[in-house]
Design a protein around this ligand. Structure first.
Ligand code: DGP
Ligand code: NA
Ligand code: NA
Length: 211
């Protein structure tokens, strides 16, 4: 990395299912590009790779996997993207990431017999975010949104446990936004937060998560 050159920011969008993460992530990238910034969207799980296809089949319930094994597959799906994430950040590209290791920990630790510390191990060392934007919506409102209930994990009780786990992972670089606001209102807040962080990262080195 050229030391005099600003890197891109690593912006993570997290939240329970049906909180609008995917819609907002796309809108954010489009808005940054429209402003002439370099930005790209990253989505986890990335169901297009061989590892990600396993995760996709598991979520669609066409494949059953032991709970520890699928946890490690989701982590491996993030690790396989780490070189390209670092390369893009170093080349000045801001990445907007729809779900990350926080989902990994929040969902697996919602299962019986999994503690948060064990769940964090397999993602320890991936690039640490510059900002996590956490979208919150009461689970009962999320469950009534379109298409809810077709994939694995989409039950009210499971989602409630996952949301409790997200809250245990929050650190000072998290910002919580109320996902019941209008799409445009949320978008404006996300854009302002992201623009501010992009100015702050400068040449600061990319840190490792949970290290
Ligand atoms: P999405 O493609 O954003 O709708 O996410 C698919 C589902 O998979 C969603 O219920 C959250 C869950 N999920 C995402 N990442 C992970 C992960 O790393 N581990 C586990 N156990 N679940 C995950
Ligand atoms: Na889902
Ligand atoms: Na989503």
């Amino acid at each position: 990395m050229a030391t005099d050159r600003n890197r891109g920011a690593l912006i993570i969008i997290e939240g329970g299912d049906r909180t609008g993460k995917s819609t907002q992530s796309k809108m954010l990238v489009d808005a940054l590009l429209a402003d002439g910034k370099q930005a790209e969207l990253v989505k986890f799980p990335d169901r297009t790779t061989p590892i990600g296809k396993l995760a996709g089949s598991y979520l669609q319930k066409t494949l059953d996997l032991e709970d520890h094994a699928i946890h490690l597959i989701f982590s491996a799906n993030r690790w396989e993207k780490v070189p390209s994430i670092i390369e893009r950040l170093e080349n000045g590209i801001t990445l907007v990431v729809d779900r990350y290791a926080f989902s990994g920990v929040a969902y697996t630790s919602a299962k019986r017999g999994f503690d948060i510390e064990w769940c964090k191990q397999s993602d320890t060392g991936i690039p640490a975010p510059d900002l996590v934007i956490y979208l919150t919506l009461p689970v009962d409102q999320a469950t009534s949104r379109d298409q809810y209930g077709t994939e694995r994990y989409e039950s009210t009780q499971f989602q409630k446990r996952a949301v409790e786990n997200f809250e245990k992972l929050m650190t000072k670089n998290w910002t919580t936004l109320d996902a019941s606001q209008s799409i445009d209102a949320i978008h404006q807040q996300m854009k302002d937060l992201t623009t501010e962080i992009m100015q702050q990262v400068g040449t600061r080195s990319i840190e490792k998560l949970w290290v």
